[in-house]
Design a protein around this ligand. Structure first.
Ligand code: IPE
Ligand code: IPE
Ligand code: MG
Length: 228
């Protein structure tokens, strides 16, 4: 019998640029291949018996520091990707949800994001959360401010958890690809007791086969939550 049930999985999809560079290609080629991997992994998770939420880091509040052309490419890729994904969301009963400050995106892209959320909001299978212009410190500060606006004078952990943008405040497993061992301002509140898995695989090479191995490893971990 395995010990743990995986309900909320989050992934820092890293290494697109290095994957492309290793092949003598432009960084954008890595993002393009990476988007295909998002589809495979999402489909796998939507067919998995226990995973309810998949939270993917697609663009951080710090990623604006990248060259303008790369940022523009990522925005265009996202727009096209959401357009093409709608059928697959409906077919697989997936609810799409964005977290992060999307008001910094073009009007067209904001509209695409909101429309995709609206069209999939009644789907009851997997929730796929895309972190878009997301930063965890901002998310926490926003949750505190929302609590204050609700009239709270003393703010509790539940107030913050309830006011986060993410639909579930507890995270079971965080995976980061490409060998970097850092959190990069992702889900700081949610990962208090989550398990971590770092793999050297660059995101464009990540497969459902590797994900299965990681999930087996997770299931056999001894999560103590401070107990014995
Ligand atoms: C992750 O891959 C994708 C995004 C951050 C959008 P990177 O683009 O960070 O790839 P590396 O880390 O430079 O290889
Ligand atoms: C984190 O990756 C953000 C995403 C995967 C979207 P980065 O590549 O931006 O993170 P750092 O700069 O290596 O910490
Ligand atoms: Mg990176």
């Amino acid at each position: 019998m395995s010990k743990n049930s995986l309900e909320h999985l989050a992934i820092i999809m890293d290494g697109n640029g290095r994957w492309a560079k290793n092949r003598g290609k432009n960084r954008t080629a890595g993002h393009k291949k990476g988007a295909e991997v998002v589809r495979d992994i999402t489909t796998f998770c939507s067919n998995h018996s226990t995973i309810k939420t998949l939270t993917l880091y697609a663009f951080s509040t710090e990623n604006w520091k990248r060259p303008k052309l790369e940022v523009e490419f990522l925005m265009k890729l996202l727009d096209n990707w959401l357009k093409n994904e709608l059928d697959s969301y409906q077919k697989n009963n997936i609810k799409f949800q964005a977290i992060g400050d999307i008001t910094k995106f073009s009007a067209k892209l904001q509209e695409r994001i909101l429309e995709t959320q609206k069209k999939t909001k009644n789907n009851m299978g997997l929730t796929q959360v895309l972190a878009l212009n997301y930063g965890s410190r901002t998310e926490i500060v926003d949750a505190v401010n929302r609590s204050i606006n609700q009239g709270k004078t003393i703010i509790t952990e539940d107030d913050i958890s309830d006011n986060l943008d993410t639909p579930y405040s507890d995270l079971d497993l965080l995976i980061r690809t490409s060998g970097e061992k850092r959190v990069s301002n992702y889900l700081l509140w949610q990962l208090s007791y989550s398990e971590f898995y770092f793999t050297n695989t660059h995101w464009p090479d990540f497969t459902t086969k590797e994900l299965k191995i990681i999930i087996e490893d997770f299931k056999n971990r001894n999560r103590r939550f401070g107990g014995v």
